[in-house]
Design a protein around this ligand. Structure first.
Ligand code: 4AD
Ligand code: MG
Length: 428
């Protein structure tokens, strides 16, 4: 098989390719057909003298997204998209496409989402989803290289992790189960078994509000490490973000170009990141006129404001315990403060990382379950981790779609996942 992304290796040679018709135009006695094969787009030039009549005719009639087989000679051409074009010899129709719904004209986003199965063929979506694949690979490589072991967490779970208001309930035979909101609790068990671990998978939250930052199904990579404290895990998260951005800049230049992303801002993503406490963040917000009090969690507007303060990701730590989940360890000097951290992406993108140090004291954790109104029984195994050699440990979760949305600089997170799931969307 010859793929368009490798076409440069065949300069001067005759090749046969399969692909879908992306676009076409004619000028005088020459016809141009652009085909895409999923790895790139190639322009084929048809001139009446070089090709048989049928092929020349087909180059004119063939419709958008028809599948064709194309024979021709690879020629270097700086003006062609990708730097090479094909001097066509023969064009065959393999499978036709009539009235393809996504055309050159502007479509509304609802229409595009309804046709997401086709929309992903378009150039911008192609670029975003290839960057997504690179981001995921970078996360894995970063953690694998650091000695973290991949331990998959279950999707069907008996408990909540991130509060009970966003749980998806499913029937599990004669019992109730929930789709996982986070693999963290299982990661904690795995950290005691393997030292440093991560899980990576889909997570689910019944988010009842429509925002540009929320999906009901999203992917999260979650490292968890024994013997690391809050500031160790912050350092790890910072290093990981830098690594991801560097990797995309290195490997996905072409895609960033398609998206017209200003890469100078991304090139600037180097450590150290600015770090402020929650208290400081509240002060900044109040100075700016936001009606927010100590103890309130940040809403979308607050996050946008804070994440526009710097050109680098902003680390905010020491949130009030009541803003955070039951498992957060608390500051010794002030139990109202949790050993927690969020990292907000710049350019108004908001939170991409949430994490912290975990409560490792059995008595405290037992109290916490009661405080948070959580049943003890399904957490019994989790309490065991504090009974059998309790250990200092910390971790975080990085949301893939939010990270991709920021790196690609797209407005809404829904384009950062192949098939988005939202309050009002489960088709296709
Ligand atoms: O801050 P969150 O809720 O943290 C946790 O779930 C921890 N248990 C993770 C851990 O410590 N192992 O979620 C982590 C990240 C957020 O920063 C955000 O990037 C993403 O997950 N996220 C969402 N992304 C898309 N849609 C949603 N509804 C999201 N909710 C969280
Ligand atoms: Mg969070």
């Amino acid at each position: 098989m010859i793929w368009i992304e490798n076409i440069g290796n065949y300069e001067g040679k005759e090749v046969v390719l399969k692909g879908w018709v992306y676009n076409k135009r004619s000028s005088g006695k020459v016809r141009f057909v652009l085909i895409r094969d999923g790895t790139g787009i190639l322009q084929a030039v048809f001139s009446a003298q070089e090709v048989d009549e049928n092929s020349f005719d087909l180059a004119d009639k063939v419709t958008q997204e028809s599948l064709v087989e194309l024979k021709g000679i690879v020629r270097k051409d700086e003006r062609a998209p990708g730097g090479f074009e094909l001097v066509a010899k023969e064009l065959k129709l393999l499978s036709s496409s009539e009235n393809y719904p996504i055309t050159k004209k502007e479509h509304g986003v609802d229409f595009l989402l309804q046709h997401r199965h086709l929309w992903i063929r378009s150039r911008k979506q192609f670029a975003i989803l290839r960057i997504r694949a690179e981001v995921i690979k970078a996360c894995r490589d970063f953690l694998d290289n650091k000695g973290f072991i991949l331990i998959d967490a279950p999707i069907l779970t008996p408990t909540s992790c991130e509060g009970t208001t966003t749980l998806f309930e499913v029937n599990y035979f004669d019992r109730k189960a929930y789709l996982s909101q986070s693999g963290q609790l299982y990661n904690e068990a795995a950290a005691a078994a393997f030292g440093r671990v991560y899980c990576f998978g889909p997570t689910f939250r019944a988010e009842k509000s429509k925002t540009r930052r929320h999906l009901t199904e999203f992917w999260m990579v979650e490292p968890e490490a024994s013997f690391m404290e809050l500031f160790d895990i912050i350092e790890l998260a910072e290093e990981m973000i830098v690594y991801i951005v560097e990797r995309v800049l290195e490997k996905r230049k072409k895609e960033l170009e398609i998206l017209e992303r200003d890469v100078s801002l991304l090139s600037n993503i180097k450590r150290p990141f600015p770090r402020i406490t929650y208290d400081e963040a509240i002060k900044r917000l109040q100075e700016k006129g936001f009606k927010i009090n100590w103890g309130d969690d940040f809403g979308g507007d607050e996050e946008t404001f804070l994440s526009n303060l710097y050109e680098k990701p902003l680390v905010i730590y020491y949130y009030p315990a009541k803003c955070k989940a039951f498992y957060m360890k608390r500051l010794k000097e002030n139990p109202e403060i949790s050993l927690s951290v969020d990292i907000l992406a710049p350019e108004g993108y908001g939170e991409i990382v949430g994490g912290g140090q975990r409560e490792d004291d059995l008595k405290e954790l037992e109290k916490r379950l009661i405080e948070y109104n959580l049943p003890r029984e399904p957490f019994e195994w989790y309490l065991d981790l504090r009974k059998y050699g309790s250990f200092i440990h910390s971790g975080f979760g990085l949301g893939i779609e939010r990270t991709v949305a920021w790196i690609c600089k797209i407005k809404h997170i829904r384009e950062a996942i192949p098939f988005p799931r939202m309050l009002d969307r489960i088709y296709p």
